[in-house]
Design a protein around this ligand. Structure first.
Ligand SMILES: [Zn+2]
Length: 315
């Protein structure tokens, strides 16, 4: 099979390798669509916790040997600790993501434990299916925030994480859903899903602000735009640290929260939420185009709503 191997920082090589051999508890999946997002361009830049060579791509969907269309739940843990038992495997000491610590969807085939496969509804397109994994992140952040319809919500970044949050805020009946993004294309998608205001930066203060980007600048902007008594929820990983004025947080009683991946239940809910997406938001690309797209992301070009690798072509 063909696979894109991350062999070092900014070193991605297309190779012909043997397809993985699934054990009795796993299945060989023919990969149909792999979302390319923050984890991939950050991993391309700095492999970090990825063992090299690594086949990236943790948000992917495909077909089983008997023709079932499935989404891959990439997260696993030890299965026995307090976090795993509570469906919070991301907090397990042995947490692992397919496509990060192990091989993922930047390949024509992938071996996936049967317990981590979720069947897709027939009406969900492969293009819509690439929103499932990011939307599961959005659902976790939304639930952690405890936001309700009565509140004003702001979302920094209208990539797939941000769009999932727009959909959830719309479904909750939020009257103010302000989305900030530099791309007119992404702002248009946010409008379609129910954003009440779309601009390049936030202009007011809100009960809840979600930062899906994770740069120092967007994090600070998020904290500044949270109302007194409000909260800011962080999903993006662009930088590791932030210099925060704690005295101000105390005085204004602002809460800061981190949100990392999702439970199996939230992933299942994301399959339903992905139906709000439009196929035209996805740019389908081949193996040959991946490296260029990752370089574009690193250079700050996020014009497309979502980019998906189609390792076996587009049927
Ligand atoms: Zn565990």
């Amino acid at each position: 099979m063909k696979a894109l191997l991350l062999e070092g920082s900014k070193t991605l090589t297309l190779r012909d390798i043997d397809a993985p051999q699934p054990n009795a508890a796993a299945q060989l999946i023919t990969v149909e669509a792999t979302g390319i997002g923050g984890s991939e361009y950050l991993g391309f830049n700095k492999p970090g916790i990825r063992p090299l060579p690594n086949i990236m791509g943790h948000g992917f969907t495909g077909t089983t040997a008997n023709g079932k269309r499935v989404a891959v739940y990439p997260l696993s843990g030890c299965g026995g600790c307090e976090y795993c038992v509570a469906d919070q495997a991301q907090l397990c000491a042995d947490w692992s993501l397919i496509g990060v610590q192990t091989d993922g969807g930047f390949a024509q085939k992938a071996a996936v434990p049967s317990a981590q496969l979720f069947e897709l509804p027939a009406e969900l397109s492969w293009e819509q299916s690439v929103f499932i994994e990011p939307f599961a992140n959005s659902i976790n952040a939304w639930e952690l925030s405890g936001a309700s319809g009565a509140q004003s919500v702001a979302i920094i970044g209208a990539g797939s994480l941000g769009l999932g949050l727009v959909g959830l805020a719309q479904q909750a009946g939020c009257k103010t859903i302000h989305v900030a993004d530099l791309s007119a294309n992404r702002r248009g998608a946010a409008k379609t899903l129910g954003a009440t205001q779309t601009t390049s930066t936030l202009t007011e203060t809100y009960d809840v602000v979600f930062d899906t980007v994770g740069s120092e600048q967007t994090r600070q902007h998020g904290i500044d735009c949270a109302k007194k008594g409000g909260q800011c929820v962080f999903l993006g990983f662009e930088t590791a640290t932030l210099n925060v004025n704690i005295a101000e947080l105390i005085r204004y009683q602002k809460q800061l929260k981190g949100s990392f991946v999702y439970s199996k239940r939230q992933f299942s809910d994301a399959i339903t939420l992905a139906k709000i997406c439009q196929d035209t938001w996805v740019k389908n690309i081949s193996f040959a185009e991946v490296e260029n797209v990752l370089h574009q992301f690193l250079a700050g070009d996020f014009e497309h709503v979502k980019v998906a690798l189609r390792p076996n072509g587009v049927a």
